[in-house]
Design a protein around this ligand. Structure first.
Ligand SMILES: Cc1cc2nc3c(=O)[nH]c(=O)nc-3n(C[C@H](O)[C@H](O)[C@H](O)COP(=O)(O)OP(=O)(O)OC[C@H]3O[C@@H](n4cnc5c(N)ncnc54)[C@H](O)[C@@H]3O)c2cc1C
Length: 804
């Protein structure tokens, strides 16, 4: 075997992400992936569905597309499609003439890894020559090595016994001789297996041991508001901020939520509601006609603490199947014999197949004890030397108090199961990098809600680390950070937090932190863009992604509209092809574009906007009234005067709104007309007998029309107290300067007030001294302006008129 730049152990989500990222940055690198199995993801059974919905369960560069007739449930889908997706991913990515698959060596079970000077020596079972590499990427997964329980009288059991790892390949569902299946374990996978056998008509018993963390929680798949699923909702920055995460950057918002009584009360309440809803949905104590022991499935601790773990309950009939077809026991197994399991509570359970959903052992056994300790990987506590152990204990103690100061809520966990620590935790910097070896990274040894996102970002960080491009702090700071993460993890996730890498509700701040280390920001998105899914929408038609606006909504340079039809994006994505190009010719029933496309067309609909409706004024009259005229037609003196005024007022606008000094790069056409130069966008400077109404762009024309009408009538009646001419000119110039800065190309008219309706009508009404529309401060801050808010204005105006 030749020498490699990098060897990756494991070809799961993390190994594949690492290979792609590493090769993207080093296309010529000699890289190999060693995989112990013969294929990818061989353990997925049809009844197993994903824990993350479509759009999240995929890498950023390749959408996972389901067959059109494949049903999803709140975006969740059969997990077997993930294996297919990963297989295709290996084939579709090429670097230096080789696909990713070409670089995978299957059936290579790594059984020993050592380091000799600067070279990693990686030995595989049944492979005579070791692999040698400069860099080592460990991605062997946390669910690769079955944990087999120690059961009394195991050898006397005559039924089949298998671990969840082999559930996918087992054929017991269709085996008529298998009548009684017993599932052992309290986690989500035990629940999925019990459900699967229950559905297939077997007599199912489900044993959860008496001590231990207890049955896992089940979070409902559905969500409120614009979210398709609870997972999507939870993976927002807002929802993530409700969890006390040590990875979250300190901000006023996080201080309020976690550092103040009010904030803690608020989020405590949110978590309680969520927990109560999940419990009510399952109906542990209330479900009519539920089978034996159904109530024992209620988790011991609230979902916030995750001490029982939890999973998404992504099958609509899940609870019905469990309640009707499964008997639940919470007890210890005291003996096995023939085809029976005997429990401490005295029950005897007939069992043809015993399925052990009993979790996983470490997949890092290929490291020697010494190497594990050196790299900061878990080792049995007795094997850690006293000095090292003391050092970490001290650091953890110190950092524990700072965690509690930041998150006082963590000081009061509910009563919970807690096993004594038998291993040291992971002591990796950012849960990836050993403190003392820059040539190795450990990926995917974290527990998060969405492994795809975590895998991509860990891969980026890890590649930068191996390349020496991560700016690392001093050793002591890194130790402190590791200790603090561990102290926080223990306080936050109780027994589950003992590994130091259980980050169940922390994916978003965790990946934000890694990306911040790399100075990367591109992943931050606006709300509207996420909803449209320009780049992420499944099965969208040609050019759908071209609909993404060029500039942020704040600037309105592309304009915007309310998306008021729920099926709008689906219709556009499925039924419309989009082109962004110039028309070069039309012929017969075809339109030809500059990009070479020819579009057959029976009807061409031009939604190409509007020309001026003021053409009934002569050029001279338009200029006199301050209406737009072609720039060449404005006389030099007038033009100079306005330019000077605009220049002057521009700086005062920028002083007031410094943000406007830095617009994004944007389209800007040269001004061909002068702007509207009307006082308050209504009245000419030199003629009190005419008003121009509705030549503004605002969000609600009814409110604007009513208030402009009031102001204009007062103006025509000579009842508006006007300032001097120069002040009016200055105000017009300032409005124009602001409008140009605020709305870029759209602001050239001087009357584009898209986000300004409320202050605009407030200003007009203030000119008239009218007040009735004002609600209380809170009311006017939080309520939209509705028609009834303007009630009484006309009457107030008339009363004023009478009194004057
Ligand atoms: C039914 C089901 C649904 C799930 N749904 C989701 C989901 O929707 N979203 C999500 O993010 N996660 C989901 N998960 C969890 C997810 O599958 C795992 O967390 C994820 O696969 C972890 O990726 P990994 O690359 O770290 O590990 P793995 O996928 O386990 O890959 C590790 C690989 O390393 C190999 N390996 C291990 N030891 C060695 C060795 N000594 N030598 C060589 N090779 C070795 C293994 O064979 C394996 O192929 C689901 C899991 C299940 C069972």
């Amino acid at each position: 075997m030749g020498d490699y730049d990098a060897v990756i152990i494991g070809c799961g989500i993390y190994g594949i992400a690492a290979a792609r990222t590493y090769l993207e940055l080093h296309p010529l690198a000699r890289l190999v992936i060693l995989e112990s199995e013969e294929v990818i993801g061989d353990r997925v059974y049809d009844d197993f569905w994903t824990q993350t919905p479509l759009g999240m369960a995929e890498f950023s560069d390749s959408p996972l597309v389901l067959p059109r007739d494949q049903k999803t449930y709140h975006g969740f889908f059969p997990a077997s499609y993930i294996s297919d997706y990963l297989e295709k991913y290996l084939d579709s990515h090429h670097f230096n003439g080789q696909s990713l698959r070409d670089r995978v060596l299957f059936s290579k079970n790594v059984d020993c890894v050592t380091k000799v000077s600067d070279t990693w020596i990686i030995t595989c079972e049944h492979t005579p020559m070791p692999f040698k590499a400069r860099s080592l990427i460990v991605a062997s997964g946390m669910t690769s090595e079955p944990h087999h329980p120690i059961l009394p009288d195991k050898t006397r059991f005559k039924g089949e016994m298998l671990h969840q790892k082999r559930f996918g390949q087992s054929a017991f569902h269709d085996d008529q001789s298998v009548k009684n299946v017993t599932v052992l374990g309290g986690g989500k996978s035990a629940a999925d297996i019990a459900y699967s056998y229950g559905k297939s008509g077997k007599s199912v018993s489900w044993i959860i041991r008496e001590d231990g963390c207890g049955p896992s929680g089940h979070v409902r798949a559905e969500a409120k508001g614009p979210y398709e699923s609870s997972v999507a909702m939870f993976n927002t920055r807002m929802a993530s901020s409700f969890s006390p995460s040590n990875f979250t950057q300190r901000s006023c918002w996080s201080r309020f939520l976690h550092g103040t009584r009010l904030g803690r009360k608020m989020i405590g309440w949110i978590w309680e509601i969520s927990d109560a809803q999940n419990r009510a949905h399952a109906g542990y104590k209330t479900r009519q006609g539920a089978g034996k022991g159904f109530e024992l499935l209620e988790p011991d601790t609230p979902v916030f603490w995750q001490n029982d773990g939890s999973g998404i309950q992504q099958r609509p009939e899940f609870w019905d199947v469990i309640a009707n077809k499964v008997n639940v026991y919470r007890s210890e197994i005291t003996s096995l014999s023939d085809r029976n399991i005997v429990l401490q509570d005295g029950s005897t359970i007939p069992t043809d197949v015993l399925l052990c959903a009993t979790g996983w052992d470490s997949s890092l056994k290929f490291f020697t004890l010494h190497e594990s300790a050196r790299l900061g990987l878990p080792v049995s506590v007795e094997h850690e030397d006293t000095e090292t152990s003391q050092n970490w204990k001290q650091l953890e103690q110190l950092t524990r108090s700072s965690v509690l100061k930041r998150f006082p809520r963590l000081a009061n966990p509910p009563s919970h199961f807690q096993r004594p620590a038998s291993s040291t935790p992971y002591r990796l910097y950012k849960a990836i990098a050993p403190l003392d070896d820059p040539s190795v990274v450990i990926l995917g040894h974290i527990q998060v809600g969405n492994n795809f996102a975590a895998a991509e970002v860990q891969a980026l960080w890890a590649t930068a680390f191996l390349d020496g491009r991560v700016a690392l702090p001093g050793r002591r700071e890194m130790e402190q950070e590791i200790a603090e993460t561990y102290a926080w993890c223990r306080l936050r996730y109780l027994d589950k937090g003992q590994s130091g890498t259980f980050y169940y509700f922390d994916l978003v701040p965790y990946i934000d932190m890694l990306l911040a280390d790399l100075g990367l920001n591109t992943h931050k998105r606006s709300w509207n863009r996420a909803h449209a899914g320009y780049k992420t929408r499944q099965g969208a038609g040609k050019g759908f992604e071209l609909l993404e606006p060029d500039t942020p909504v704040f600037w309105q340079n592309d304009g915007s509209g309310i998306q008021q039809r729920p099926e709008f994006w689906d219709v556009i994505a499925n039924k419309v092809n989009v082109y962004r190009s110039e028309i070069t010719s039309l012929s017969d029933r075809n339109i030809v574009l500059q990009d070479g496309s020819t579009i057959p067309t029976d009807v061409l609909l031009c939604a190409t906007g509007w020309d001026s409706s003021l053409k009934f004024f002569t050029l001279h009259e338009s200029a006199r009234l301050g209406l737009p005229v072609s720039v060449e037609h404005e006389d030099t003196e007038t033009s100079q005067n306005w330019k000077q005024l605009e220049q002057l007022t521009r700086s005062s606008v920028l002083k007031r709104f410094p943000r406007l000094a830095n617009p994004p790069s944007h389209f800007q056409r040269p001004a061909s007309s002068t702007p509207y130069r009307l006082y308050k966008a209504i009245a000419p400077l030199d003629d009190p007998s005419v008003v121009i109404l509705g030549h503004i762009q605002v969000g609600n024309n009814f409110a604007a029309a009513e208030v402009q009408a009031l102001w204009a009538t007062a103006f025509l009646d000579g009842r508006v107290a006007l300032p001097g001419r120069r002040e009016m000119e200055q105000e017009i110039a300032e409005t124009y300067a602001w409008c140009r800065l605020r709305y870029l190309d759209k602001g050239q008219s001087g009357t584009f007030y898209y986000f300004d309706l409320v202050p605009y009508i407030d200003m007009l009404l203030a000119d008239l001294g009218l007040n009735t529309h004002k609600r209380s401060w809170v009311g006017s801050m939080l309520s939209p302006i509705q028609a009834r808010d303007l009630q009484g204005l006309l009457e107030e105006s008339m009363t004023k008129l009478k009194n004057e």
